[in-house]
Design a binder for this molecule. Structure first.
Ligand code: ATP
Ligand code: MG
Length: 268
């Protein structure tokens, strides 16, 4: 097996090797091999059902691959639980935010903080002054300080998305996976939402850089925010590289973006 240590490049923060996963006859992951370097903003693109969430679920321990291995640095985390993987510095947000709708924004943050410390499996807010300070600081970085005492059910989709991502940062992850951070966000708020997320992640901490993997369907967002793009189709990665190269790839245009006419049609 080709382990991450056998590469001559700097050691990736995360490596996937030969990941496979099927659901009945549906192949959701077929021989996926990806190295993610520290500080990258890797965007996963692909049409509905292509296997993006399956990949995120495997990396974060929510789904076990039937074959293959996942390395976090040198450690094989393939069989680790989501909780163990989170404790090692991998955090995620979900395609649909996982929030307590009847709690306030601040209490959701305090609950995430409590959970990230792994002291208990029961969900309740940490109430000590240091936790409140840390939560308020994270809310400030995401521009949510004025919403702290509002119940989540009163808030629009964009604010819920930001809160979900802010909650994922409570454990100071080194790798953050965001499954469709702009879904449910209105078209005119997508760029400002992503600006907020990127600034909060990159400029809000003096700790080591956070590596980001995000799933996105809007190609304008992909072009503006991704430092690298991996295109999924039918459980496979069909292109992986710089955004321009991947978005101009004929297979990606045929199976993912669908927006470029084939050359013969252009010249006809
Ligand atoms: N738990 C599951 N049980 C059965 N089939 C599943 C399960 N999870 C995913 N699949 C199937 O695996 C394939 C890949 O799904 P996945 O959710 O990874 O796609 P996706 O790229 O995230 O799509 P979307 O853009 O719609 O979120 C799909 O055909 C999906 O129906
Ligand atoms: Mg998905």
């Amino acid at each position: 097996m080709n382990t991450p240590s056998s590469s001559s490049h700097p050691r990736p923060v995360l490596s996937a090797r030969g990941l496979q996963r099927s659901f009945g006859a549906v192949v959701a992951a077929a021989d996926i091999n990806i190295d993610i370097a520290t500080g990258e903003r890797l965007c996963l693109i692909g049409s509905n059902g292509a296997g993006k969430t399956t990949f995120v679920n495997m990396i974060t321990g929510y789904l076990k691959p039937s074959e293959g291995h996942i390395f976090l640095g040198d450690e094989d985390i393939t069989q680790r639980s989501p909780r163990e993987i989170t404790r090692r510095g991998v955090a995620r947000s979900f395609q649909i935010p996982q929030l307590c709708l009847h709690m306030t924004v601040l209490d959701n943050m305090l609950t995430a903080l409590h959970s990230s410390r792994g002291r208990t499996q029961f969900l309740h807010p940490a109430r000590d002054a240091a936790s409140v300070d840390e939560s308020r600081e994270l809310l400030r970085r995401f521009g949510l300080q004025d919403q702290a005492h509002r119940e989540v059910r009163e808030l629009p989709g964009g604010v819920r998305k930001l809160l979900d991502i802010a909650m994922a940062l409570t454990g100071h992850p080194r790798l953050l996976l965001l499954d469709e951070p702009t879904s449910g966000v209105s078209a005119d708020e997508k760029f400002s939402t992503m600006d907020t997320v990127v600034q909060a992640i990159e400029h809000g901490t003096d700790r080591a850089p956070v590596t980001v993997v995000f799933v996105e369907h809007d190609m304008d967002i992909v072009r503006r925010y991704a430092t690298r793009v991996a295109a999924f189709y039918s459980g496979r990665v069909i292109a992986d590289g710089a955004a321009n190269a991947v978005l101009n790839d004929p297979d990606v245009q045929r199976h993912v973006t669908g927006f470029a006419a084939p050359a013969e049609e252009v010249s006809a």
